[in-house]
Design a protein around this ligand. Structure first.
Ligand code: ZN
Length: 684
């Protein structure tokens, strides 16, 4: 590991900025800390709010991520007010948190890290703490005492595993008080603390101690997981399998609350899965409590006997999942003191040799965090195997970490979930007009959105904007020709790989050819049927197969048109094909109600804004048909409605949101106009 301290960047910074600089350096290396792990602090003399000098301690705020932290995320505490605690014998977590809150020097500040007391009890100007993979490998093995002595001699103190809190802080404080010349403290099953008389020294020592661990591991055996069994699966086959299996797994793990999946077939994961030792090692336990809160104690391991038989694989997943839930429940019952109800008993990590790894989360970002962390769990197991045999926390320690009131409290502090959180939606024809407005609206309510369009680049651009507005991986853009079965199959395969399945399908893509029936070219008529009828059939048929696999219901919304109940002359190819689409939707409602799948239709009219449907030709033709000028066409449509108001794409999106959401949970087979009120088009 390289020491990245750059004096040209750090020199001249004030002490807090130097702390930010070090924090970002450590945070940027995922082999040191992953997603919210680790913390740093400094102690300096500063003026308090009254202008009096006081010993201030700046420390990482709880819940922030080291790689992206800035000044405002470090609360400041009065160190003199904290230190009397060192003389106490014991203190509960609740009392500690309440006490530290009173030590804050500034009114508005984030809650200080749960490891604040440990930093406070280290009598040094700057302190750095990480959960370095290499250091955890040294602690999580059967020979840890001799290994740690080999690597560090007497330059570090080793402190037994305790959950962060008063007791651990005091033990570390005492160890350092007795031997102030130490370079650092290693916490068993947890990580490393170093310090210095300035921030650079704390950082230098940190990197140097981690390097010693890495070098020691590198001298160990090469083949850390035993021999790797040859895989029968090529990339294509694996991709197909993962896509087929994803919705089935997603259905099972979403029993209590909906989950989004992330699939991972990276080299390091596949190697671990095909290794002789992988299965045994994965069942031993988490590397650290920090990993555990994201990955749970164990992953679900599924050994497919025959990776070509999908039904057989599903049976194996079923059995393995049942066993997992039974094991989790009995582990919970054995270790709980009854004060916290059982959290959901489903795995966060699902491992299948020859196929890959799925991780689960409330959204794509959370599933990615679990994935990143399990990569590091594999690293730690590899490091430990290179020098000895991997070991983990005791089952009771795992329970106390997963059901730690301070962690559970963090969960309650999360903002309330949006209406479509945990859902995945696919919208066709979503690069412009109504489809784009729908994709954006569903995303703004928390859904992950697959933006599809015949114009693939434009779909990707809409998806990119949704990600910017709503967060990591919240949308993908795909090219989709709804009239081509192969294109439809490919889009759904990609969706299943990306998110593990789907919940909402908005079938919107359409075209509007014009012309009297006796003058219409057969090719125009056929193309209208291909896209406006067969396209909806192809998309719906695939969607329903997946929804049935997941077995968790779902919602299909078809974008019809006012022309279905009230057709227009010289608009036959459009009106006929759209009427067939709506009949298709009604038949689907009949066929899928028993599966909890709802199918509804929205009938918009005269939406011009951003629309690709309203070509120049269509505008000219419709203007002529109604005897108005092209410029007067929009006004003509508004004026003929009962509400006499412009109908916008966002008005359609609002109705689609209602039909996609649980608010319409008792509605299927319905047709809702969004047309400003056209009495000829009243549904009947
Ligand atoms: Zn820690």
């Amino acid at each position: 590991m390289e020491n990245l301290w750059d004096p040209t960047k750090a020199d001249g910074l004030d002490e807090l900025d130097k702390l930010v600089y070090m924090t970002n350096l450590i945070g940027a290396d995922t082999s040191l800390v992953v997603w919210g792990g680790g913390n740093t602090s400094i102690k300096i003399i500063e003026k308090d709010f009254m202008g009096n000098e006081a010993p201030a301690m700046w420390i990482k705020g709880s819940g922030s991520d080291m790689k992206s932290m800035h000044r405002a995320q470090f609360p400041r505490l009065n160190h003199d007010n904290i230190m009397p605690l060192f003389d106490r014998e014991d203190m509960s977590d609740e009392d500690m948190v309440a006490y530290l809150e009173r030590c804050l020097m500034d009114g508005e500040s984030p809650r200080p890290s749960i490891e604040t007391l440990l930093h406070a009890f280290l009598p040094f100007m700057s302190v750095a703490h990480s959960h370095a993979d290499a250091v955890v490998s040294l602690t999580n093995n059967h020979d840890s005492s001799s290994v740690l002595a080999d690597v560090y001699g007497d330059k570090i103190a080793v402190v037994d595993y305790y959950r962060p809190g008063f007791k651990l802080s005091k033990l570390v404080g005492l160890a350092v008080k007795e031997a102030p010349a130490l370079d650092g403290v290693v916490l068993m099953n947890h990580g490393l603390f170093t310090w210095g008389s300035d921030t650079k020294e704390a950082y230098d020592k940190h990197i140097s101690l981690v390097n010693k661990a890495e070098e020691y591991i590198a001298k160990g055996r090469k083949s850390v997981f035993g021999s790797v069994l040859p895989s029968k699966n090529g990339d294509e086959h694996r991709r197909k399998l993962a896509s087929d299996i994803g919705p089935y797994i997603r259905g099972l793990v979403s029993e209590r609350q909906g989950m989004v999946l992330k699939y991972d077939a990276s080299e390091s994961v596949l190697t671990f899965l095909s290794s002789e030792e992988g299965k045994r090692l994965s069942a031993i336990g988490p590397a650290t409590p920090d990993h555990l809160i994201h990955t749970k104690r164990r992953p679900l391991w599924v050994d497919p006997v025959d990776v070509n038989d999908l039904e057989d694989i599903k049976g194996l997943i079923d059995d393995a999942m049942d066993q997992y839930v039974t094991d989790y429940t009995s582990w919970y019952e054995k270790h709980t003191s009854g004060e916290h109800p059982m959290l959901d008993p489903y795995p966060r990590v699902i491992l299948m040799p020859g196929v890959g790894m799925w991780t689960t989360g409330r959204d794509a970002h959370a599933a990615r965090i679990v994935s990143d962390i399990y990569h590091h769990t594999i690293n730690v197991m590899g490091g430990a195997q290179a020098i000895s045999q991997y070991s983990s926390l005791t089952p009771q320690d795992v329970y106390d970490a997963e059901y730690w009131p301070l962690e559970l409290y963090k969960l309650t502090m999360a903002p309330p979930e949006k209406e479509l959180a945990r859902k995945v939606a696919l919208v066709t024809g979503a690069a412009s007009g109504i489809g784009k407005a729908i994709a954006e609206r569903l995303a703004s309510e928390g859904a992950h959105v697959v933006v599809t369009d015949i114009a693939g680049n434009a779909a990707e651009s809409v998806a990119a904007d949704i990600v910017t507005a709503n967060g990591f991986d919240r949308a993908i853009g795909l090219s989709l020709d709804v009239s081509d079965p192969n294109s439809v199959a490919a889009a759904f395969e990609q969706t299943r790989l990306q998110y593990g399945g789907i919940d909402i399908i908005v079938s919107n893509a359409g075209i509007a050819p014009v012309g009297a029936i006796d003058k219409l070219e057969l090719s125009d008529w056929q193309r209208s049927l291909d896209i406006n009828t067969t396209g909806h059939f192809l998309v719906a048929a695939k969607a329903i197969q997946i929804l049935k696999e997941q077995n968790r219901g779902g919602s299909l919304v078809f974008i019809g048109t006012k022309n279905v109940p009230a057709p227009g002359a010289e608009f036959g190819a459009y009106s006929v094909s759209k009427a067939a689409e709506v009949q298709l939707a009604r038949v689907l409602a009949l066929e899928t109600g028993a599966n909890g799948i709802r199918v509804n239709v929205v009938n918009p009219d005269a939406i011009f804004e951003g629309s690709q449907l309203w070509s120049t030709e269509l505008r000219e033709e419709r203007a002529a048909a109604h005897g108005v000028t092209v410029d007067g066409l929009e006004a003509f449509y508004h004026d003929r409605t009962l509400l006499k108001r412009q109908v916008r794409a966002q008005d359609v999106a609002e109705t689609v949101l209602f039909l996609a959401s649980e608010r319409s949970s008792r509605t299927t087979g319905a047709m809702i106009p969004v047309d400003g009120g056209v009495k000829e088009a009243f549904p009947r």
